[in-house]
Design a protein around this ligand. Structure first.
Ligand SMILES: Cc1cc2nc3c(=O)[nH]c(=O)nc-3n(C[C@H](O)[C@H](O)[C@H](O)COP(=O)(O)O)c2cc1C
Length: 225
């Protein structure tokens, strides 16, 4: 059974890699996106989403924006933010506004960090390296997904952002010699080796994802095959 789990991971990864080569991100569209970003036309986070919709192939856009089943949790997460009311204080000294805080003892310029999300190269050739640089520029924390399209080493040497590593727990150790020939290096390590590798590359904490023994039924991904 364990082998089947790994095979299905590998199978999906290969399908996606094949799709990247068959169906690359349109670089003219990316230049257009970059030009609009530079022109500072975007003032609202929803506008970034619309620009992504225009720039990305549909199946990639659907992957980034979609949720599982009827997307109830996705909608509820957005609604949850709408229910938070930020009440400004008045007649106080606002010359220097400091939103910084610490998470597990590490400084972040605001209580907003990068959540671990997989496969950034579907959106940009530099992938998670670019995301980590953005995190460093904003002085916030970069969480690298286990399903990252860049390695922990690439991300570590690309910037000095505080880095956390997201991990799934596998209930087996992949020490078998027979597997290592076929499995991409990012998947071939056991959980313990992966933690060690992240630690060696300056990742400061583990984000443990505990809800993926069963994947959500993402209907857009099913339709996009
Ligand atoms: C496109 C996408 C990819 C994601 N990939 C991962 C992942 O690889 N590992 C993980 O633990 N969580 C992953 N998540 C879950 C996020 O880290 C986060 O928990 C989730 O999006 C809920 O936060 P939000 O309401 O701010 O989006 C992903 C979410 C999205 C939308």
């Amino acid at each position: 059974m364990d082998g089947i789990i790994w095979n299905s991971f590998l199978g999906r990864e290969n399908v996606i890699l094949n799709f990247i080569s068959l169906f690359p991100v349109n670089f003219e569209d990316q230049a257009y996106v970059y030009a609009r970003l530079m022109a500072a036309e975007l003032v609202n986070v929803n506008e970034f989403q619309e620009l992504a919709r225009q720039a990305l192939p549909k199946m990639y856009y659907d992957y980034f924006r979609g949720g599982a089943e009827d997307q109830h949790t996705l909608k509820e997460n957005v609604e949850a933010f709408h229910r938070i009311i930020i009440q400004p204080r008045i007649l106080v000294d606002v010359r220097r506004i400091d939103m910084s805080t610490t998470i597990l003892g590490y400084n972040t310029s605001a209580p907003i960090t990068i959540a671990p999300t997989g496969r950034h190269k579907l959106a940009l050739p530099e992938g998670e390296v670019a995301t980590a640089r953005a995190a460093a520029a904003c002085e916030t924390i970069m969480a690298l997904s286990f399903m990252s399209t860049c390695t922990v080493e690439e991300v570590a040497c690309s910037c000095n952002s505080i880095r956390f590593f997201q991990l799934y727990v596998f209930h087996f150790l992949l020490s078998s010699h027979s597997f290592n020939f076929f499995i991409d290096p990012i998947f071939s390590s056991s959980t313990a080796l992966m933690v060690h590798r992240a630690e060696k590359n300056g990742f400061k904490a583990i984000i443990l994802t505990a809800d993926t023994p069963r994947l959500g039924r993402r209907e857009a991904d099913i339709k996009n095959k």
